[in-house]
Design a protein around this ligand. Sequence first.
Ligand code: ADP
Length: 720
Amino acid sequence: MSVASILFPLPLPEPFDYEVPEGLSAPPGSYVTAPLGKLERTGVVWAVGEAGEGRKLKAISSVLPARPMPDGMRAFIDFAAKYTVNPPGNVLAMALRARGALHPSPTETVYRLAGAPPARMTPAREAVLAAIEPHEALSGAELAERAGVSAGVIKGLVEAGSLQALKRAVDAPYPPPDPDGKGFDLTAEQAAAAEALTGAISADGFSPFLLDGVTGSGKTEVYFEAIAAALHRAPEAQVLVLLPEIALTQAILERFEKRFGAAPVPWHSGLADKERRRAWREVNEGRARIVVGARSALFLPFQNLKLIIVDEEHDGSYKQEDGVTYHARDLAVMRAKLAGAEVVLASATPALESTVNAEQGRFGHLKLAARPGAARLPDVELIDLRAEPPEKGHWLSPRLTEAMAETFLAGEQSLLFLNRRGYAPLILCKACGEKLKSPGTDSWLTEHRYTGRLMCHLTGWSMPKPTHCPKCGAEGSLTGIGPGVERVAEEARLLLPDARIAIFSSDTVQTGADTRALIDRMADGEVDVLIGTQIVAKGHNFPGLTLVGVVDADSGMKGGDLRAGERTFQLLSQVAGRAGRAEKPGRALIQTYDPDNPAMIALSLGDRDGFLAIERDVRAELGMPPFGRMAAIILSAPSPEMVQEAGLAIARAAPHGEGIEVYGPAEPPIAILRGRHRRRFLVKAPRQVDLSAYMADWVRRLKLPAAVRMNVDIDPYSFL
Ligand code: ADP
């Protein structure tokens, strides 16, 4: 008897064995249904073997008509589960998030013109025949609506032989990309990088690269060459391009379409069920050739993956913080390795992890130092706010306001960057000193003037701004402290009353279309001053932008996070890099109270490598990632007593490990979230330790009350 071990997309520790009935073929990777408890469930055959004597097993019920999951993908799921300390079923669940995709596309009836006009012509029949073009095939509803007739008329025309009814898949295949589309004539530097990438692709097999090029140096153009080469390798060769916040990056999708003659297949959490099912099935069948997606696209069932690009590889949104916590850049490298594919990490400000990998020879290091044509990198100047403070109650220092006025007079554009939404990040009662918090959560409320509400950015909770202090009852005593983008816009309006000023934050642009419209207005010179949060940092190209002002360079430095300096440097260089992309030179003015900080000095000198060298030495000295390993445990419970007790129980259960240090339970900065009390552990280990295995061993020893939730985070990026 043949036995299949089936992995279900459920939090179970391992696959379960089932009998494969005579006449059914279920090789490894097959999608099957089988009884589990009282239900029929869908799972994947993880392995196949022979049963020993006398073993009584339940049988597989059916094999689904989808192409089996390739070996490399199953190995990746096993790896990701072990690495992130999750049951493999939880990772499989992420790979199966497309309802209906395991069955062939549903079909619909469509109609097209056929043969001669009917012997008996009526005005309604005439309207139908006029409403459809010879090359078209339309559904009955569409055609009836266009012609303004009832469905009966269409039926009559089919019977008369003037229309032909056909079956068509509802989820149509995507138009295929054309690898021979024409790109730019590459510069010598770009051509050398492209050649390294295409050379490795034609050698087949795993090869990781760091594509390290200043903003605007043409990294996209270079990886387009790699994509073209990968598509040429085989009729089914597939490419995955990961982008941070893909819903906001319409412009790059258009560049893909221009280059490859067809839009890439999108994958992100905002897709409707139908698009999700279509994309998943087409990827699985090997027909979707270029997928552009968010981090979760790593879990799509590519059949013949040749290349993964991780664009803006340093971006924080690649870290998934809920459920299975993982870093998409790290998993992308592993995904490529297990699929025997090339992987390219692209950035102007690579993560220290990636530069160290390149320095130590684990990644090929391709550098682009110049911008093509006349475009130059902006000059960066620091403004020491201690020496040059803004006027009282203002946030822009005189040097910045003068530069804004000059820029406006010259008919050029400015961008003010402040990573704080709303009007004021803190509401204080002047009478009693109360600072308003979100209910059941350790997070200040932010004042939003446009909506007149106070909002918690952590939980999304909001309320109208009260007229009285909720604590002491004083009337009109609530004051907003500090600036958000709305407040800076108010100041800019006072300064430049004739300027066209716009705010770019997730509050002012909520859909991809809004974002597009605002970016187009800015690119077309219809905005003089754009004031934005971090969403302005993302790769937009504004030819008339010559001045970038960073309102508060220090805001990301607080909180003792090991990557705070690195992140600030990355974000501010990306923002500064928006200036002077076209022929006009740009400048960036950075307001800071801490001009001696290595990140600030490096920004002003344009010395990224110097900054990375300092960061690297500090982290090496402290044994921090990437020179040592870190993991966290985050737990929460409905009461302070319960979380305290659970914390102590977890601490007692910590296994001994050579060189491993465990800190905690500690109260995190956000000690209460949505009414749940929280604690954290931080674990540090030498690089050679298998920290995932250590954490798994620890978790196995625990027995916690059901009300306690616990999450293991390997290589944490958030310490809140
Ligand atoms: P990056 O991804 O490094 O920020 P892009 O690929 O977006 O850079 O290129 C920046 C701009 O320069 C784009 O508008 C691109 O079309 C243009 N560009 C890139 N390479 C060339 C080239 N070889 N010749 C002309 N224009 C180029």
